[in-house]
Design a binder for this molecule. Structure first.
Ligand SMILES: Cc1cc2nc3c(=O)[nH]c(=O)nc-3n(C[C@H](O)[C@H](O)[C@H](O)COP(=O)(O)O)c2cc1C
Length: 348
């Protein structure tokens, strides 16, 4: 089975759903000596199968696949009262209605039960023999973890605090991705309703290191070699980068997203529930300013409701209504090939 110490360089290319994580990006990170990742959140099993085949054609090395844990499969789910949840989603729907109507589109009916093809993707991964399967947004059961062990996959779980880390290891996780408060994109709290912690990543790594024995991958806000040294010193076995890879030629991020990262009129990032109903960090834009205050804790419903707006904005290359996921170090993302970004983390 894959272990993190097999890597030439202790770096993981973050799974980034919604386009950025192409087979080309995953393979480029792996071929540079790190661990590339496919992002299979918000993807069908068929699309994942295709991405696996394409990645295998591009690299003989190890890579991972990341999937989202839906509420029904999350052993640490901590959900809002269903009636309050439905009412809050309806209120948010009303807030969005004028914007969607102005674009000549209709708001979809929210479906709290949608589980992102969980069973089909797990079935595929149980037979795929990928080096690493990682989980985000929740705690997979011990039986799910052990079924992936049977096919030879190492299992990783993304955690944001010590308690989540201990629960994941108790359920059989071989590897933890410890995600800190500066991470670009979604925070992977196992609870839907909890406000994510703000413990700085090096301290969080030390906290988790003190509680569990498995290897740790530190993620969130990494901007260069000094962060790598600090996190490895704190007890991490590898680091994970997302934002720094977004503008690479291998990244499939929307062009408007790539352009916004280099646009000086975007000056900061905000953690918001406005786009998906889960906390996530992105470039501060008009949509975030308008909707953060009233967006409910309701994933996947909010994600479903905002999708027409996000897709229309991306097609129109309008960054003000897109989810421009990124960490605060976004201005350091360059158009360099991913291999150069990976190697650059170890240049001093
Ligand atoms: C555009 C984008 C999409 C992301 N999508 C995922 C995802 O699908 N699964 C996941 O586990 N993490 C996802 N993340 C979070 C990353 O795994 C990682 O925690 C984060 O990128 C690290 O912080 P950094 O962006 O500051 O390097 C995403 C991050 C970004 C920026």
């Amino acid at each position: 089975m894959f272990t993190i110490d097999q890597l030439d360089l202790p770096v993981v290319g973050a799974p980034m759903a919604g386009g950025p994580s192409t087979p080309e990006l995953a393979a480029a990170v792996t071929n540079a000596g790190g661990l590339g990742f496919l992002a299979a959140g918000n993807t069908s099993a068929g699309a994942l199968k295709h991405a696996l085949e394409r990645t295998r054609a591009l690299t003989d090395g190890p890579f991972g696949v990341n999937i989202f844990v839906p509420d029904h499969a999350n052993e640490a789910a901590d959900l809002p009262d269903p009636r309050l949840r439905t009412a809050a989603v309806q209120a948010f729907r009303q807030q969005l209605a004028p914007e969607v109507a102005a674009l000549g589109m209709e708001l979809p009916a929210p479906d709290a039960e949608a589980d992102d093809y969980w069973a089909a993707k797990l079935d595929l991964l149980r037979n795929a023999g990928v080096a690493v399967v990682s989980f985000t947004f929740g705690l997979p059961s011990a039986s799910v973890v052990s079924s992936l062990h049977l096919s030879g996959s190492t299992v990783a779980v993304t955690v944001t605090d010590q308690l989540e880390a201990v629960s994941a290891v108790n359920n059989g996780a071989d590897l933890l991705c410890v995600q800190g408060p500066l991470a670009g994109g979604h925070r992977s709290t196992h609870s839907l309703i909890r406000i994510p912690g703000d413990t700085a990543l090096p301290e969080l790594v030390r906290d988790v290191r003190a509680a569990v024995g498995v290897p740790l991958i530190a993620a969130g806000g990494i901007s260069g070699p000094h962060d790598v040294v600090e996190l490895l010193d704190a007890g991490a076995d590898a680091v994970q980068i997302g934002t720094l890879l977004l503008r690479c030629p291998e990244s499939g991020a929307a062009q408007a997203h790539k352009d916004a990262l280099a646009d000086p009129s975007f000056t900061d990032t905000t953690v918001t529930r406005a786009f998906s109903g889960r906390w996530a960090r992105g470039l501060t834009n008009t949509f975030i300013r308008k909707h953060t205050a009233h967006a409910p804790a309701a994933y996947p419903e909010v994600n479903q409701l905002t999708k027409p707006l996000r897709v229309a904005a991306s097609n129109a290359k309008d960054p003000q209504s897109m989810g421009l996921w990124a960490g605060p170090q976004f201005a350091l993302a360059t158009e360099s090939p991913a291999a150069d970004v990976v190697r650059g983390l170890f240049e001093r």
